[in-house]
Design a protein around this ligand. Structure first.
Ligand SMILES: Nc1nc2c(ncn2[C@@H]2O[C@H](COP(=O)(O)OP(=O)(O)OP(=O)(O)O)[C@@H](O)[C@H]2O)c(=O)[nH]1
Ligand SMILES: [Mg+2]
Length: 252
C-alpha cells in the first residue's frame, strides 16, 4: 500500500538551503552541507515574530534562546530591518516544532520593513523592558499595529517583561503588566537573557499554545500563508509517486 511502510525512512529530497544561513540553526552535521537542524524531523513549522521598542533586548533574547549565550552590551548592535533565527522545540516527547524566528528592529525608521513580516507570523513575543516605562506604554501601539497588519489571519502573542535581572531599576510592576496582558488575552512572563531566566519558557509556552489551537483546528495551514506549515511525519515511507506529488509540502 503506497504511503505506509517501513520505519525510519528519510525523505529523499534535498534540503532547502536556508536555516543553515540563520543564526542558531545548528552546526554542520556531516560535512555534506546539511546541518543538524536540516536533518531533524518536526511535525509543524511555526513562524514567530519578536516585537517591541528598540533596546528592550529582543535580539539578546533570541541569541540566548537559539545559541544559549548572552552577547553582552558591547556585542549586540541595534537590529537593521529584520534578522532571522531558527530552533527546534520539543513540545511533547518525540514531537518537535520548528520555529522560524523573526527579530525585528525596534527603531521607527525600519517600521515599513518590519510591518511586512507580521502577516506571515502565527505568533509573537511582545517585549518591553521592565526598567523602561515607555517601552511598556508602547505595548498597546505594537499590538494595534500587529493586529492591523495580520488581517485576515490571527496572531497569538505572549507579553514579555524583559531584563528581570535588573530588579532594583524596575519601573513596571508585575501586577500592572499582568493586568495589561489579561486585558489583551495574553499570557505574561518575565525574562532575562543575561541570567537565562524564563527564556526557554517564554518560547515554549507560546509554541504550545499555538500547537493546541492547531490541534483543535482553530488555526490551520493555508495556501499563501507562511504562519504554520506541516512538517515531515517520522516513520513513514512515501512511494516515489507520492513523494513527487508532495512537491512543495516536503519540509526538508
Ligand atoms: N541587564 C540586561 N541587559 C540586557 C538583557 N537583554 C539585553 N540587554 C541589553 O540591552 C541592550 C539592548 O539589547 P538588544 O537585544 O540589542 O535590544 P533590541 O530590542 O534588539 O534593540 P533593537 O534591535 O534596536 O530593536 C544591550 O545593551 C543588551 O546587552 C537582559 O536580560 N538583562
Ligand atoms: Mg535587535
Amino acid at each position: 500500500m503506497p504511503g505506509i511502510g517501513a520505519v525510519g525512512a528519510r525523505c529523499r529530497h534535498r534540503p532547502r538551503r536556508r536555516p543553515d544561513q540563520a543564526k542558531g540553526s545548528g552546526q554542520q552535521a556531516d560535512g555534506s552541507g546539511e546541518t543538524a537542524m536540516d536533518a531533524a524531523i518536526w511535525i509543524y513549522q511555526f513562524r514567530l515574530i519578536v516585537l517591541g521598542d528598540s533596546t528592550v533586548g529582543k535580539s539578546c533574547l533570541l541569541h540566548r534562546f537559539t545559541e544559549g549565550r548572552f552577547p553582552g552590551p558591547m556585542h549586540c548592535d541595534p537590529t537593521v530591518g529584520v534578522d532571522f533565527f531558527s530552533r527546534l522545540v520539543e513540545i511533547e516527547p518525540g514531537k518537535r516544532i520548528k520555529l522560524q524566528l523573526w527579530d525585528t528592529a525596534g527603531q521607527e525608521r525600519f517600521r515599513s520593513i518590519t510591518r511586512s513580516y507580521y502577516r506571515n507570523s502565527v505568533g509573537g513575543l511582545l517585549v518591553f523592558d521592565i526598567t523602561n516605562r515607555s517601552s511598556f506604554e508602547h505595548i498597546y501601539d505594537w499590538l494595534d499595529e500587529a493586529k492591523m497588519h495580520v488581517q485576515p489571519f490571527q496572531i497569538i502573542f505572549i507579553l514579555v517583561g524583559h531584563k528581570c535581572d535588573l530588579e532594583s531599576d524596575r519601573q513596571v510592576t508585575r501586577e500592572e503588566a499582568e493586568e495589561l496582558a489579561s486585558a489583551c488575552s495574553m499570557k505574561y512572563i518575565e525574562t532575562s537573557a543575561k541570567e537565562a531566566t524564563n527564556v526557554e519558557e517564554s518560547f515554549t509556552i507560546l509554541t504550545k499554545d499555538i500547537y493546541e489551537l492547531v490541534k483543535k483546528g482553530e488555526i490551520s495551514i493555508q495556501d499563501g500563508w507562511e504562519g504554520v506549515k506541516s512538517g515531515f511525519v517520522p516513520n513513514v515511507v512515501h512511494s516515489s509517486e507520492e513523494a513527487t506529488s508532495l512537491g512543495e509540502q516536503c519540509p526538508c
